[in-house]
Design a protein around this ligand. Structure first.
Ligand code: PEP
Ligand code: MN
Length: 354
């Protein structure tokens, strides 16, 4: 898939690309005030939601099409291109008639191929930059599928937005980052710019700093952050939005990172440590393989005695004791639980094959 570099999606003043603005456009004054206060922070794109997909009806569902003129004017006044979310072909049409510069597809829409196809069809012949948020569930194929549908419709200025995934247990986040998914997307589509949206991952402003830095450390192309002149009284997502001043402080505090440096001492140290990691990984694989061989023998015994492969009390005991032991090495219970679920699943497979 050939992705064209979009001038709109190219950071104008150093990296990363910065997209900022309120969750929702609420009034002419609110979006104008936000745009003007963002002027001094080198923001590349002013965001503002016009149609808001809310989980339950009766919540604020956006100001609707009349807000697009306010958004466009605010962007012009501040000299910042503007972007908003589209979910149905009618949104695309109104955005195009208001000359909105960049569009994005929200997480709930990406999850539905019919909706994505309808948007792609509405965009045929118009090569406007489009950013695709990850689907709500951790399904990378659905994410790639949405990008492909747009590409097939002639959209070449594409980008992806990582906004986290809704899991059974989101821990302290509103949406789990599951960093391995955008990392895999980067591996499969190296030319695709991937922007991190810490606001919708975190759900709370206190967590934004760490997630933003992590995105920089992981070489994300840019950041999308929600900024509102009066976050506590925002009509949507009030716990996660930043004041313009807090946003400026966060941006300033981010430590830039580079992929590599020309320092022989550093390179040598790194290769020794990497060799160490390679050896440990090889031991790990060897040990897991050895563990599976034992599991196969257990499988054999159970089969001979007509005993079930899965035994809940034994599984409970294995999990708890391993979590306890791992604490000595500062390995989190959450990590251990995940790793053991995978090991257990593989072990059951080996036992059943015997
Ligand atoms: C948003 O950007 O305001 C939004 C609704 O995001 P998401 O699609 O990630 O939930
Ligand atoms: Mn929002």
């Amino acid at each position: 898939m050939e992705i064209k570099k979009s001038s709109m999606l190219t950071p104008k003043d150093g990296e990363p690309l910065v997209i900022a603005g309120p969750c929702s456009v609420e009034s002419r004054e609110q979006i104008m005030e936000t745009a003007l206060s963002l002027k001094k922070y080198n923001v590349d794109i002013l965001r503002g939601g016009i149609w808001k997909p809310r989980t339950r009806p009766n919540a604020f569902e956006g100001i609707g099409g009349r807000g697009l003129g306010w958004l466009k004017k605010a962007g012009e006044a501040a000299g910042i291109p503007v972007g908003t979310e589209v979910a149905v072909p009618m949104h695309v049409e109104i955005c195009l008639s208001h000359e909105i510069d960049v569009l994005w597809i929200g997480a709930r829409t990406t999850a539905n191929p019919f909706s994505v196809q309808a948007i792609a069809d509405a965009l045929k012949g118009v090569d406007i930059p489009v950013m695709v948020k990850n689907p709500v569930s951790p399904d990378i194929e659905l994410w790639i599928g949405a990008l492909e549908r747009l590409h097939n419709a002639g959209i070449t200025q594409l980008a992806a937005i990582h906004r986290g995934f809704s899991m059974a247990d989101n821990g302290k986040y509103r949406n789990q980052p599951n960093w391995h998914i955008p990392i895999e997307l980067k591996r499969r589509m190296p030319d695709l710019p991937i922007i991190c949206d810490p606001s919708h991952i975190c759900g709370k402003r206190e967590l934004l700093q760490d997630i933003s830095q992590e995105a920089i450390d992981l070489m994300f192309y840019g950041l999308m952050l929600e900024v509102h002149p009066d976050p506590d009284n925002a009509m949507s997502d009030n716990a996660q939005q930043l004041t313009p001043a807090a946003f400026g402080k966060l941006l300033n505090s981010l430590e830039p990172k580079q992929e590599s440096v020309d320092n022989i001492e550093f390179q040598n140290k790194l290769s020794i440590l990497r060799e160490n990691i390679d050896n440990i990984d090889s031991d790990l694989i060897h040990l897991i393989g050895k563990r599976m061989k034992v599991a196969e023998k257990i499988g054999q015994c159970k089969k001979e005695q007509n005993v079930t492969v899965f035994q809940p009390s034994r599984w409970e005991e294995v999990l708890n004791s391993r979590i306890k032991e791992a604490k000595k090495y500062n390995l989190s219970p959450r990590f251990m639980e995940k790793i053991y679920q995978y090991i257990h699943e593989e072990s059951v497979r080996h036992q059943e094959e015997k």
